[in-house]
Design a protein around this ligand. Sequence first.
Ligand SMILES: [Zn+2]
Length: 304
Amino acid sequence: MEFIELSRGCFYFKSAVNIGYIVNDDNSKGMLIDAGLETSAAKKVIKQLQKEKLPLTHLFITHAHADHFGGAQYIQQKEDVYTIAPAIEEAIMRNPLLEPIYLSQGNFPLKEMRNKFLEAPAIRVDEICSQGCLELFSDVQVIHLPGHSYNQHGILFHGILYAADAFLGIDVLAKHKIPFIVDASENMATLKKLKKLDVEGMVPGHGSYVTEYQNVISDNIHIHETITSTVLEEIIQSSRSGISLENLVAVMLTKYEVKPPNLGAYSLFRTAISAHIIQLLENGSAAYKITNGRPIIFSASYKA
Ligand SMILES: [Zn+2]
């Protein structure tokens, strides 16, 4: 895990899941942005900050995905940190069973779904935040970035945006194939908002720090637009009698050559694909009908 300085008071720990770190000018307050997947990542972070004589007083969690707050409980046990998280996300961090529950479409999850990738240890949240400034930590702006998660927020400090999973780094974008989102229109609005931001650079949750962020964000936009148009034009509009939700997910996974090894991985892709379907239902491009006990999705133009 490499510790990289980006700008005055701005750093990040580069890893499969990046962890941001910001410190104020008089070295009295230091805030981590996310906590990594597990204790081992958190241990390395604490050790590095101690070595560099950097303070750790605050912990900001951008969204309630286990890979971003799995190390947070350990940090709270070892350090006296004031923890800040966005509304809704905070409810899941305090009750992390909710993540495998929503991925199980509301059911109590199968035991195998309760793993470290889908359910992190519970944490305490001291302050619930929304877009704006953090009173306790001056010059820090909290930026609303929903779509990948219900109420994800990033941090802007000294010209650097810690963007969480609002976009994927170019090096990981192709690997994800169908990136995880819960709301396709919010996700697109967030990407367009990011593209317009004038900052020095951005740190994605996964991938490298980037200064030419417009290009990377355009690539992210292109991938999501292609997924939406594939679902609508190549699948829904090409089947006159409509297609069941389950078959639509199956056709997409086959088309994109995604082979989820278990229900946990499958549920992440199903949620992402469903986000695109919901957008099409909401904007009137598609409609549904329950036929023979199944929701069947069909093109709005065949409605009559
Ligand atoms: Zn995430």
